[in-house]
Each structure stands twice: as C-alpha cells, then as structure tokens.
Design a protein around this ligand. Structure first.
Ligand code: DC
Length: 229
C-alpha cells in the first residue's frame, strides 16, 4: 500500500503559510494541520498554570500533561486543550510570545513532534510550521518553503490581527514579527531553515491562489497526485 501523502509547508510568520496550506488541503481533500497551534496550546497551558516562564522544569512538566487535539467545526479547524476549545485564546500576543519561548525547550518539542506525526497516521495531510520538512516529516515528497518580504509579511499579519478584532499598528506588527523571526532563527534546535530538498517560493507578489497553483504544478510534475490524493 502506498503511504498517504504528506505535504510540508514551512516559513516565517506572515509568509502566507496558513492560507496556502488550508487552500491546498481543501483542493486535494487532505487534512490541514497547523503545527504552530500545538506550540500555542502548550504555551497557553503553561500560562494558565501560573508558573513563571523561567521555571523551565515546571513548564516542561505541566506541558507534558497537556492533552492537545484538533477537531473540525464545519470547515473551521478548532484547537482543543484538555477538551476545551481554545482556538481564540491561543491567538493573543501573550500566547504568541509564550509559544516562541516554550518552542525552544527540547522536551516540549519532542512531545509536540510526536503529536504532530500522530495526526498524519493513516491519512494524507498538509502540515504547516517551521520544521515540518526538516524534522517532523523529513521523508515528505513535497516540501515547500514560503518566504516573503518583511514589509509584506507585516502588512498581512496586521490585516489578520484586524480581522480577529485586535488593535495594532504596522510599526508594532513589524517589530513583533522581527522579534519572533529572531527567536525562531536563533533557536538551537530546529531553527527555521529550508530543508535541502525544499522548493522555495517567494509569495511577496503572489496571491495565495497563485502559490497554491504553483505547488499543484510541482506536485503534478512529481506525479504525486495520482488516485487517492
Ligand atoms: O506559526 P505560529 O506563529 O502559530 O507558531 C507559534 C510558535 O511556535 C512560533 O514561535 C514558532 C513555533 N513553532 C515551531 O517552533 N515549530 C513549528 N513547527 C511551528 C511553530
């Protein structure tokens, strides 16, 4: 039996990963998995437990006990933490920074990588993140690394913040994106970097649909879209 298709989409914040990965999953009838949401849910668990972020041992312990799942509500993916829908809570700026911090801890990554792999057991997925092509699914036959100019990424992130009802300015958003890029790229384990066999696509001047078409072209060239996908 052939293994279900796993498409890895990596890239920095604001590169368009989420929109592209969701559209691609829909086009191909695959399950969309947002790996970043698992780091965010883990960070929320640590924040809610009230432990100080520099008490790494306790942070690791409390995250070890977190039950993180995805469910779908119509076409929307929901994130469940210990059975509770936390899809909104994990998008706050506080959780965003806490997620960047907890994602530096090897024990936390180990747990969440195993969880992310379990989501692809027996089914095809489009998974987006930072290390999907390098670490989580190094055998994926289709790895995309999305990049975009910093100004464009800040603009997109600002739009997203506004849609979610949060007040922000372009300067503030650009600053936060820059700080997060730095944390992600400097991280000792699984820093944000393209896999050697990833196709890099610059989405600065492309719409999400154009990026999806480009990925489908590559998938077609590699004969990955046969029956079943
Ligand atoms: O993609 P995002 O902004 O939701 O990710 C939240 C944080 O989790 C971000 O700081 C990077 C981290 N992350 C990671 O280390 N590895 C992944 N595969 C996905 C996200």
């Amino acid at each position: 039996m052939t293994r279900p298709l796993v498409i890895a989409i990596d890239g920095p914040a604001g590169s368009g990963k989420s929109t592209v990965a969701q559209k691609l999953a829909e086009r191909l009838g695959l399950t969309y998995v947002d790996s970043g949401a698992t780091y965010r849910a883990a960070a929320l668990k640590a924040l809610e437990s009230g432990i100080r972020s520099d008490d790494e041992k306790s942070v690791i312990e409390v995250i070890a006990s977190a039950d993180i799942q995805f469910s779908t509500d119509g076409s929307r993916a929901r994130v469940l933490l210990d059975g509770r829908d936390v899809s909104r809570q994990i998008r706050t700026p506080e959780v965003t920074f806490a997620a960047a911090k907890v994602s530096r801890l090897p024990e936390v990554r180990e747990k969440l990588i195993a969880l992310q792999r379990s989501f692809a057991r027996g089914r095809g997925v489009v998974m987006e993140g930072r290390d999907i092509g390098t670490v989580v699914f190094p055998d994926s036959p289709l790895k995309i690394f999305l990049r975009a100019d910093p100004e464009e990424r800040a603009r997109r992130r600002l739009n997203q913040e506004k849609q979610e009802g949060r007040e922000a300015t372009l300067e503030q958003t650009a600053y936060e994106i820059g700080r997060r890029d730095q944390l992600d790229a400097e991280r000792k384990i699984s820093p944000l970097t393209p896999a050697p066999d990833a196709c890099t696509i610059d989405s600065s001047r492309l719409t999400a649909d154009q990026v999806v078409e480009r990925i489908l072209e590559i998938a077609g060239e590699r004969k990955l879209l046969s029956a079943g996908n």
